[in-house]
Every structure is written in structure tokens, then in C-alpha cells.
Design a binder for this molecule. Structure first.
Ligand code: GTP
Length: 399
């Protein structure tokens, strides 16, 4: 089937770079790996919940079935301890399933849940192998491999990853081997060994499926991450784009109103940029925009602060919870920061180096995003008219 993929060649996001490098061992570079884990945990609780409920139904069903199939009265005295062991195993595995179910319901930490899930995988498969062994010793008719296959097959789509799947298979095989070792009759021994071989093959197939499944999931994550990043960001500077800025401004204004926090908006515009472009060319102009973006980024520090490219050579910096004095000081340091980059202009009547003008406004209770933006923009043009290379604020805030 033809799969349509977004073109990655042009993308330089960390997602695209990882895709190009590949991830044969199902591991990304450290920061991306942490992001992937947070992403993959988000829908895992629901998956684990469904899985444990299904296990409870199947395992519990088989347990009840035992009451009807195994006639305790007809077993010899020597077989009673094995029956007790089977019942204890049934209860222990049921408790293990219930623990995972409760863990998923109560949203236990995912690290804990992963451990419990692996334990459950081992308990389920070894428990099933033990049940097969006990049936065989009792001479109860049974569908040996089917029972165990169901347990393993059921577990595999939910297996945490390839490594967990392999570890579980190894433990399972050890368990079958031990049962073959202690089996009293040769035909039980042969049965357990056959089961071991069948399950070694099954484990191989399931491990491959687990690898493929996780590889697909990781690839999806990278494609989505790349597309998401490109939809929110400006490709040249890496800052948020206008669309994202508008969205964030709306959210943050509502929050500032709710929490009674101050909010400052600074609009930054490169001075005489057309002349710069005409003299040095567009690629050089692009490099200047990247430098200005870095200075803008350095101004933000709190979680809700944002720096964005909102036009060709226009940037916006939003400062949440920042007092008017602090915002004004940041505006001044932004102007000074661009100057300090000492990027030779050569066509500006303002200075020898590239400069910016900044217009700032504090949010007012009656403001809407558009009115706040328009006010800051108006002040920016005052700064332009007053000579550029400066930061201006609304009259109430001017020094
Ligand atoms: N290199 C480059 N230039 C861009 C980009 N986007 C817009 N520009 C240029 O930015 C310039 C903006 O020019 P103007 O709006 O006339 O402003 P200005 O020359 O900076 O003059 P003032 O703002 O009044 O100081 C135009 O020449 C655009 O071509 C871009 O992504 N890269």
C-alpha cells in the first residue's frame, strides 16, 4: 500500500533529523526519548484498563471452568497438593490482574504500572503453563497450547516493548523447562517440552510484532511532531508563528484577567530592513532576523512568556506576570541586545549597526487581543518616528 509521508528533506526539526538518522534500536536521542515516553503514556492507561479487564474475564473464566472439570474427589491423595497449588496459582494471578486493573483505574505512575504489567505477563504465561501441566498430570482433557497461546497472544499486543516481550518469553520458557524437569510422567515431560518449542517459536513471532509495532509508533510520533512543529513555528527563526502567537495571546489574556496578573506586550521591528536587504541581499537579511530572534528569546523566562515572529521583520514578545517596570527594562535590554550583536548595516541613517525599535503596552482590563496588539503597534510607530533604535511605551509609562 502506498504510504503518503510529508517531505522531510527540507525540514530541520529535531523530529525530522531523528527520522533521517533512524532508530533501529528503538531509542531516540535523550530529550526526544523523554518526549516520546510522555506522549506514549498518554493513552496507555485506557489500553491497560481494557487489557486487564479482558484478562480477568479469561483467566477468571478458566478458573471457574476448573471447578467443573476437575473432580477433586476422584483425584488420588498424592494429587491433592498439586490441585491446591493450581488453585493458589489461580488466585495469585487473579490478584496480579486486579492489581494492574486498580493501578490503571487510579492512574498509578506509569513506571510502576509498566513493572506491574511485566510481572503480570510472566504470571499469566507461567500460570497458564502450570495449569497445562496440572491438567496433564490429572489426566483432565485440555487444549494445552491453545490456553497458553491465548495468554501470550493476548498479552503481546499490549507488551510494553520488544525488550519486555523478550524478557517475558525467556522467563516463560524457563518456567516450562522447570515444569518439564519435575514432571512425574514421561508423556507430561514430552508435552511440556513440545509446549516449550511451540512457545519459543511463538515468542519469536510476537517479539517481531512488538518490534514492528513500536517502530511504527515511534515513526508516527516523529512525523506528527515534525508536522506539529512546522505548523506552530516560523521555519526561519524557530520562534512561534503568528497563528500560534494569536492563540497564545488569547489564552494568556484570559488567564491574566482571571488571576489579576499584569501582562506586557512588546512589538519589535528591525530598522531600515529593506535598505539592509537591498545592500546585503536576502540571505544575509535572513541571518539578521535569526539574530534578532535570539535576542528576543533571551528576554523570556517564565512558562507563559512567548516570543514570536508575527510579520516579515516584526517580532512580538509577551511577558506574563511581569510588572510594567520589569517589562520596560526588558524592552530597553532588547534594543541594547540587538545593538550589541554589532551586525554592520551600512545603509541605515540611524547607526552603523543593525538596530530595532520596540513598542510596548500593558494589558488593560477592557483589552481584547486585537486592541492590545494595535496599541503596542501604535507605540512602535511613535518609536520609529522619534528616531528608531529605542523602546517606547504608552504615555502613562514613559519615563
Ligand atoms: N531577508 C528577509 N527579508 C524579509 C523577510 N520578510 C520580509 N522581509 C523584508 O523586510 C522589509 C520590510 O521593509 P519595510 O516594511 O519597508 O520596513 P523597513 O525598511 O524596515 O523600514 P522601517 O520599518 O520603517 O524602519 C522588506 O524589504 C521585506 O522584503 C524575510 O523573511 N527575509
Amino acid at each position: 500500500m502506498l504510504q503518503i509521508r510529508p517531505p522531510l528533506q527540507a525540514s530541520t526539526t529535531k523530529y525530522a533529523q531523528q527520522l533521517r538518522r533512524g532508530f533501529r534500536w528503538l531509542r531516540f536521542d535523550a530529550p526526544l526519548e523523554a518526549e516520546y515516553r510522555a506522549y506514549s503514556h498518554s493513552d496507555e492507561y485506557v489500553r491497560v484498563l481494557w487489557f486487564s479487564a479482558l484478562c480477568l474475564l479469561l483467566w477468571g473464566g478458566y478458573g471457574l471452568f476448573d471447578l467443573w472439570r476437575i473432580d477433586a474427589a476422584r483425584l488420588g491423595a498424592g494429587q491433592q497438593p498439586l490441585l491446591t497449588a493450581l488453585r493458589v496459582t489461580r488466585v495469585a494471578v487473579t490478584v496480579a490482574i486486579a492489581l494492574v486493573l486498580v493501578g490503571a483505574l487510579w492512574r498509578a505512575p506509569m513506571r510502576w504500572l509498566h513493572g506491574a504489567l511485566m510481572g503480570l505477563g510472566v504470571a499469566l504465561s507461567c500460570g497458564a503453563a502450570f495449569a497445562v501441566y496440572a491438567y496433564k498430570v490429572f489426566g483432565v482433557p485440555h487444549e494445552t497450547a491453545v490456553l497458553v497461546m491465548i495468554m501470550l497472544g493476548l498479552f503481546s499486543p499490549f507488551a510494553i516493548n520488544l525488550w519486555a516481550q523478550l524478557a517475558m518469553a525467556a522467563l516463560y520458557l524457563a518456567c516450562v523447562g522447570a515444569l518439564a524437569w519435575v514432571a512425574p510422567q514421561p508423556e507430561v515431560q514430552a508435552q511440556m517440552l513440545r509446549l516449550g518449542v511451540e512457545l519459543a517459536l511463538a515468542a519469536l513471532v510476537f517479539s517481531f510484532a512488538a518490534y514492528w509495532r513500536e517502530h511504527q509508533r515511534r515513526e508516527q510520533f516523529l512525523y506528527r511532531g515534525d508536522a506539529h512543529w512546522l505548523a506552530m513555528r516560523d521555519a526561519l527563526t524557530g520562534l512561534y508563528n503568528r497563528r500560534m502567537f494569536n492563540h497564545h495571546l488569547e489564552q494568556v489574556m484570559a488567564q491574566a484577567r482571571r488571576e489579576g496578573q499584569p501582562l506586557a506586550l512588546l512589538i519589535v521591528d528591525v530598522d531600515h530592513f529593506k535598505a539592509y536587504n537591498d545592500l546585503h541581499g536576502h540571505p544575509q537579511g535572513d541571518a539578521v532576523l535569526q539574530q534578532v530572534a535570539q535576542v528576543g528569546l533571551a528576554c523570556i523566562g517564565r512558562p507563559l512568556d512567548i516570543a514570536a515572529r508575527v510579520g516579515g521583520e516584526e517580532f512580538a514578545v509577551l511577558l506574563y506576570g511581569s510588572s510594567a517596570e520589569h517589562a520596560r527594562a526588558l524592552g530597553q535590554s532588547l534594543v541594547a541586545g540587538v545593538r550589541q550583536r554589532a551586525l554592520a548595516h551600512g545603509a541605515s541613517p540611524v547607526a552603523d549597526v543593525v538596530t530595532v525599535s520596540v513598542g510596548g503596552a500593558m494589558v488593560q482590563p477592557e483589552d481584547r487581543p486585537q486592541t492590545l496588539f494595535a496599541r503596542a503597534d501604535r507605540v512602535l510607530y511613535q518609536a520609529k518616528n522619534n528616531g528608531r533604535d529605542r523602546c517606547h511605551w504608552e504615555a502613562a509609562l514613559q519615563a
